[in-house]
Write a protein that binds this ligand. Structure first.
Ligand SMILES: Cc1ncc(COP(=O)(O)OP(=O)(O)O)c(N)n1
Ligand SMILES: Cc1nc(C(=O)O)sc1CCOP(=O)(O)O
Ligand SMILES: [Mg+2]
Length: 355
């Protein structure tokens, strides 16, 4: 290999080694200082040191001699999106992508120098794919749990008359400050349910609204929804978890303290508590009333599990709910049967925030 080619290869390797190390460090700092996750931090640190070991037989002086940042034409090429990061998940996604690409570049060009380096870097690359995927899943769950913890107004909606009608409903309610939307419509075919769910996910995520699918973990997973809500007649939370994975949310309906404890034990991320009052959406033989809400509020003081009161809740009685200590509600009719669903949503949200 000519001197010029040798220098060029080392220049590429030097830049890619730096980029890979910086990407790994970017992810490691988040795992360490934000997630406080020693296991993930250790995995990323081990990757970083594994890469250093894999590269240890490369000549350090050749790498440094080949470096010419001042004349690097790439430093003057900017792409609009490279400076835009909407949240931590996007920072980590960019770091993961940069790391994986750089490892592949190192692996390919080190074949021109020493194939043992290339094969060692290949092993690091495969481990990096797994660690980066685990970190991104963990991040998505962390982000959803944070948004769930801040949620107060949860609205259950049906599939509407067609895609446009449903899209309009999701858009209006998301922009009206609804924190969580749930697609609940047992009358629809799987195909329609999946199509509506995909539309809902896209719009809700653009408006920082969580989107949940009722009853169906399969549709929730296939549509990319933020989670699924299951009742006492659907599969338990731990079985639903096997379908939707660790990064999505699972809500469970509860009608007794025993069911609350079961839901917690099965790994629910939040619970619905009802029916509090008579509902025009779903018929019940008996109602738990606000007494159950007080019981749940007292029982879970030591736990941060979000609990949403549900069943016949509307502007005229929401104060009875908040008087129990609950500040989260799930409603259907109060919005669906309102003359103006946006006004009704804003009014409920204001009443919740006033207490
Ligand atoms: C937030 C929330 N709470 C309770 C329910 C009721 O779920 P379930 O008991 O499964 O009844 P259906 O909604 O499936 O008729 C819910 N959907 N959402
Ligand atoms: C679907 C559902 N589940 C309930 C439960 O108690 O688990 S109450 C309910 C109906 C919620 O609709 P509305 O707000 O119109 O009463
Ligand atoms: Mg159900």
């Amino acid at each position: 290999m000519s001197i010029q080619s040798h220098r060029a290869v080392y220049r590429i390797l030097d830049a890619s080694i730096n980029r890979a190390g910086e990407g790994l460090r970017t992810m490691e700092e988040y795992a360490r200082f934000v997630l406080d996750d020693s296991t993930m931090t250790s995995s990323l640190k081990t990757l970083r040191h594994g890469l250093t070991t894999a590269l240890s037989i490369l000549d350090r002086e050749s790498l440094l001699a080949a470096r010419d940042t001042a004349d690097d034409v790439g430093t003057n090429i900017q792409v609009e999106t490279e400076y835009h990061r909407s949240n931590a998940v996007s920072v980590i996604q960019a770091a993961a992508s940069r790391t994986q690409q750089s490892l592949r570049v190192i692996e390919e060009y080190s074949k021109l120098i020493d194939t043992s380096v290339s094969s060692a870097v290949e092993r690091v690359r495969y481990r990096a794919y797994t660690v980066c995927a685990d970190l991104e899943q963990q991040l998505r769950r962390s982000d959803r749990l944070t948004r769930l913890a801040a949620s107060q107004l949860y609205v259950l909606i049906d599939a509407g008359t067609d895609d446009q009608d449903f899209a309009t409903k999701v858009t209006e309610l998301s922009k009206a400050g609804v924190d969580i939307l749930q697609l609940r419509d047992s009358a629809q075919s799987d195909r329609v349910l999946l199509e509506r769910a995909k539309i809902g996910v896209l719009i809700a995520n653009q408006n920082d609204t969580l989107f949940i699918v009722n009853d169906r973990p399969d549709i929730a997973a296939a549509s990319g929804a933020d989670g699924v809500h299951v009742g006492q007649d659907e599969m338990p939370a731990d079985a639903a978890r096997a379908i939707i994975g660790t990064d999505r949310l699972i809500g469970v309906s509860t009608h007794s303290i025993a069911q609350v404890h079961d839901a917690i034990g099965e790994g629910a991320d939040y619970i619905g508590c009802g029916p509090v009052f008579p509902s025009r959406t779903k018929l019940f033989d008996e109602f738990v009333g606000t007494e159950f809400l007080s019981e749940v509020h007292d029982a879970k003081k030591q736990r941060a599990l979000p609990a949403f009161a549900i069943g016949g809740i509307e502007a005229d009685n929401v104060a009875q709910v908040t008087a129990t200590g609950f500040h989260r509600i799930a409603v259907t009719g109060a919005i669906d049967r309102a003359d103006d669903r946006v006004t009704a949503a804003r009014d409920l949200r204001n009443r919740l925030q006033a207490n």
